[in-house]
Design a protein around this ligand. Structure first.
Ligand SMILES: *Cc1c(COP(=O)(O)O)cnc(C)c1O
Length: 401
């Protein structure tokens, strides 16, 4: 079923999985074994020789339940292969550490997941990799930043937390003209919205912790792309650094993925409804949702997103004080970090805090960020509750500010 010709809802159920040939089990078993008797001709000892399709040896190289998840995710991204990791951070940092060396240059979106931004600012700098930070919604700026030492361009779209988009096809062309590769963090978009590889990207990064697992009960990450390009990443990031996902976590994500296309449809319908409600509310200053005509890049969203997703960011006229008051008043919407689970989550993301520790933007970039976010945005991960209950919860909390 690998890379099957089927459509996403079918792949989510069947790709990478089948009836177990030994037991006849129709649900994929959790194979917990740490060691396997390898096929006689398998070259399994060095990370550089290992091929996951030629049999298993030791769990850090690969194992059956984990491989089933890799095959399903590869199918959902229309990728030749996929490597899964202990976290989304491990997928991003595993890629960066394998692809970049001292003297190389990376171009990174200045707005992305804070952990990735801090890794680029501090850890990559420590290893002698130079990083230029760009507003990835500005193609002229991306073009200017890419040079002959650039090995990798990294963008996050829609970018956390303001939902600003990057044009994947255009940025892939810019990167390739310079001999560089493009990696896209597609955690917010998910494969239900966007297939970055089909648009020209070389790598897709996911936090499985979010919509893909979808239930808020697993930490995991994934990297999809061409098999030959992923092979050295598997060797370094898994076999050498040991950032592996365990079989039980893989099994939970496989289970979560069965309903992924259905969930994304429902997340989108709820998010669209609530984004429209917020946009017309007198206490709301601004709403960012790629599916709204008022989104500054709605045309690009229509071009590169088949599903506008479950994330909505907004600002209140009363600023941070009003936002904090509102969040305290919510009932079924939980005031906590993270996103992409069945139940709704909401959190205030302060511009000053992000700037100080994670984004460290120059004055011009910070001014542009503030045009969207002001002193901060309320980031709302819209869950699968009844949308009228969610609307009523927002309405009563807004009444209180
Ligand atoms: C959560 C997240 C990550 C990090 O993933 P973990 O699984 O928490 O390590 C990376 N990128 C984005 C966009 C995220 O939302």
């Amino acid at each position: 079923m690998k890379n099957s010709r089927h459509r996403d809802a079918t792949k989510a159920l069947h790709a990478g999985e089948g009836v177990d040939p030994v037991t006849g089990a129709t649900a994929t078993p959790i194979v917990a074994s740490a060691t396997f008797v390898p096929p006689e001709d398998a070259k399994i000892f060095s990370a550089y020789e290992y091929d996951p399709d030629k049999g298993y040896s030791y769990i850090r190289w690969g194992s059956p339940t984990v491989r089933a998840l890799e095959e399903k995710l590869a199918a959902l991204e229309d990728a030749e292969d996929c490597v899964v990791f202990a976290s989304g951070m491990a997928a991003a940092t595993g890629l960066f550490l394998q692809k970049l060396k001292a003297g190389d240059h990376m171009v990174s979106a200045n707005v992305c997941y804070p952990g990735v931004a801090e890794f680029a600012h501090d850890t990559l700098a420590k290893f002698g990799v130079e990083v230029s930070y760009v507003d990835a919604s500005d193609l002229a700026e991306v073009r200017r930043a890419v040079g002959n030492k650039t090995r990798l361009v990294f963008v996050d779209t829609p970018a956390n937390p303001i939902l600003r988009l990057a044009d994947i096809a255009e940025i892939a062309a810019i990167a390739h003209r310079a001999g560089a590769e493009l990696a896209v963090d597609s955690t917010f978009a998910t494969p239900a919205a966007t297939k970055p590889l089909a648009l020209g990207a070389d790598y897709v990064i996911h936090s499985l912790t979010k919509f893909l697992n979808g239930h808020g009960d697993v930490l995991g990450g994934a990297l999809a792309g061409a098999k030959a390009k992923l092979k050295p990443v598997r060797g370094e990031a898994l076999v050498h650094l040991g950032a592996n996902l365990g079989p039980f976590e893989a099994w939970l994500v496989l289970r979560g993925l069965q309903t992924f296309p259905a969930r994304m449809h429902f997340h989108q319908e709820n998010a669209r409804h609530l984004a429209q409600f917020l946009e017309h509310h007198p206490k709301v200053e601004r709403v960012f949702y790629p599916g709204l005509e008022s989104h500054p890049q709605h045309a690009l969203a229509k071009k590169q997103m088949k599903n506008f997703g479950g994330m909505v960011s907004f600002r209140l006229k009363g600023g941070e004080g009003a936002a904090k008051k509102m969040l305290q008043r919510l009932g079924i919407i939980t005031n906590a970090v993270s996103l992409g689970k069945t139940k709704s989550l909401i959190y205030f993301i302060s511009t000053a805090e992000l700037q100080k520790h994670s984004f460290r933007m120059d004055e011009n970039h910070l001014a542009r960020y503030r045009e969207w976010a002001g002193e901060g945005v309320i980031r709302f991960s819209v869950g699968l509750e009844d949308r009228e209950d969610l609307r009523e919860d927002l309405a009563q909390a807004l009444d209180a500010v």
